[in-house]
Design a protein around this ligand. Structure first.
Ligand code: AMP
Length: 541
């Protein structure tokens, strides 16, 4: 058993791992290259898998054997790359990233890495969260919990300093995703009020616009060029570097080399800002929408705006938010590290909570007492003791629902509609939310009902059916000879992690059925075991 539990920020472009050290302070663990973050890039090469900086470089040479930005595919598809004639899922690719950072951390600390909390964007739905959890399990980790990135960041922020009660907005702009979350921090709790985001808006979009601009300029001077996959990847790396340079200096340049044609491209920050202005505006609009939702729930004032995520290093972000909401409100707080550190703090909390629950319930028979290893117990205690010293970590965390969940109903005139049972941004005071509603059969002698669940972002009770939001279904068998209007009870339970369970109950004979979440992205149990076995045998460098 390990002395520590860990927090992992599984990022779109970079990932990072942290733990709470013996003094009770959350610390980032460096990887084998000595860096605090590891690129979330995986390269396939026969029996070995390379992850991180080396894989990122390999992506230039062998773009068809490398995977980047896998996070944007989680829970959405079952294949991100075909390798050696096999379809490789996003869960498997992510598991290599997790395995690499866990292995590196384990070497650094000379302690195994087993119990972890993994973060995901706040807007991730059930399928994406389930996929993230499975990726961790495939990597051989015990996933204590999945927690939203902005909540983790706020935990770290809340623990690092002593604060008065305040309402904070976390503006989290990463490599591929944007999240805005508003929460209330008091001395004993952190409560999520609302969150919103865009799963396809992040540093990569800034890179793409800049790349288009540079190519256009290049072609104006040098005539049109054909980019193969390798030169495209090379240009992408140069463009990202140029963007990063513009965060620290007002102008920067890069030598662009395409098909033997070379040109030095110069760019200043104002030009970069105007090329990418539409993207920044999208984040500002989402921010304003979230503020409106918070206001509708009685939180009129935002006291602080916390900048998280690598892309908030672009001065345009801080400038725009300062101009709109006041410079004194903006707090820059460890943009690369806050999420992993907050996850580590949460991991200690969850671990201790689980441990306490277990200790309260557990006793053993006298004949087994001799099998007990007293050292194991000591190890457990070490973790317990450490948690007591994590400054603010004893705060209760109240999550809010990040999605709405509906069932499809059919009216007498055969028109259909979705009815939300759980609505987005509702507080989960008990740590979960459970809602039961009664529905009725439409026909006499109806043999079955098909319970169909739709995950969505609407905050209204009813909306038109859209198959895009379909999450899963189950057929509930009914007793014979029922009259029309016989009652069916549907219960939805959403865990604090954001994973949904649904059951249907026929109230005449009390038959129950569990709805299986069968979106195209969720891996079957059989496939899960198969991939887990495969990954166990792979060397990850
Ligand atoms: P994250 O997913 O939070 O690690 O964010 C990674 C994103 O931040 C990538 O798109 C990076 O290009 C971007 N990024 C990191 N450092 C900087 C910087 N100094 N200036 C601009 N963007 C940056």
């Amino acid at each position: 058993m390990s002395k520590y539990v860990f927090g992992i920020d599984l990022g779109t472009t970079y990932s990072c791992i942290a733990y709470v050290d013996d003094r009770g302070i959350a610390q980032i663990i460096k990887n084998s290259d000595g860096n605090t973050t590891t690129p979330s890039v995986v390269a396939f090469d026969g029996k070995t898998i390379t992850v991180g900086e080396a894989a990122k470089e390999e992506a230039v040479l062998k773009p068809n054997e490398t995977v980047s930005l896998v996070k944007s595919k989680m829970g959405k598809t079952d294949t991100v790359i075909k390798y050696n004639g096999k379809n490789i899922s996003p869960e498997e690719v992510s598991s290599y990233i997790l395995k690499k950072i866990a292995n590196d951390a384990s070497e650094q600390l000379s302690e195994p890495v087993k119990d972890v909390v993994i973060t995901c964007p706040a807007y991730f739905g059930t399928a994406e969260r389930m996929a993230t959890k499975k990726a961790g399990e495939i990597a051989g980790l015990n996933v204590l919990e999945i927690i939203s990135e902005p909540t983790a960041a706020a935990l770290d922020y809340g623990c690092a300093e002593t604060h008065d009660d305040k309402t904070i907005l976390v503006y989290d702009l990463g490599g591929g995703t944007f999240d805005v979350t508003i929460m209330r921090i008091t001395s004993d709790r952190i409560e999520v009020i609302c969150s919103d985001g865009d799963h396809d808006l992040g540093g990569k979009n800034w890179d793409a616009l800049l790349m288009r601009y540079i190519l256009k300029e290049f072609e104006e001077k040098n005539g049109s060029v054909e980019l193969d996959a390798s030169s495209q990847q090379d240009l992408r790396l140069k463009v990202e570097k140029l963007k990063k340079q513009l965060s620290s200096k007002p102008q920067a340049s890069s030598m662009i080399d395409i098909n033997g044609k070379r040109q030095v491209m110069k760019l200043n920050r104002d030009e970069f800002d105007s090329i990418t202005n539409t993207l920044l505006s999208q984040t500002l609009n989402k921010t304003e929408e979230a503020i409106k939702v918070a206001r509708s729930k009685g939180y009129d004032q935002i006291d602080e705006i916390l900048l998280v995520g690598g892309s908030t290093r672009m001065p345009q972000v801080k400038n725009a938010l300062s101009e709109k909401y006041g410079e004194d409100k903006i707090k820059v707080f460890d943009p690369d590290e806050a999420v992993a550190k907050g996850a580590a703090i949460h991991a200690v909390n969850v671990y201790v909570k689980n441990q306490k629950a277990l200790e309260d319930k557990t006793f053993i028979s006298s004949e087994r007492k001799n099998d007990l290893n007293p050292n194991d117990y000591e190890e457990d205690l070490k973790v317990d003791e450490r948690s007591m010293s994590v400054g603010g970590a004893q705060r209760e965390i109240i999550m809010a629902t990040t999605k709405s969940f509906a069932v499809k109903v059919t009216h007498e005139d055969k028109t259909e509609e979705c009815v939300n049972m759980i609505i987005k941004n509702e507080p989960m005071k008990e740590g979960f939310i459970e809602v039961s509603d009664e529905f009725y059969t439409l026909f006499r002698n109806q043999a079955t009902v098909n319970i169909q669940i739709y995950e969505n972002d609407y905050m209204d009770k009813k909306f038109d059916v859209d198959e895009e939001f379909f999450l899963g279904n189950a057929i509930l068998e009914l007793p014979k000879n029922l009259p029309a209007g016989s009652p069916i009870q549907i219960t939805m339970k959403l865990s604090g992690e954001g994973i949904l369970e649904v059951t249907g109950l026929d109230k005449v004979e009390n038959n129950k059925v569990n709805v299986k979440m069968e979106t195209k992205g969720v891996m079957s149990d059989e496939k899960f075991e198969e991939v887990k076995e495969k990954v166990k045998g792979m060397t990850v460098l």
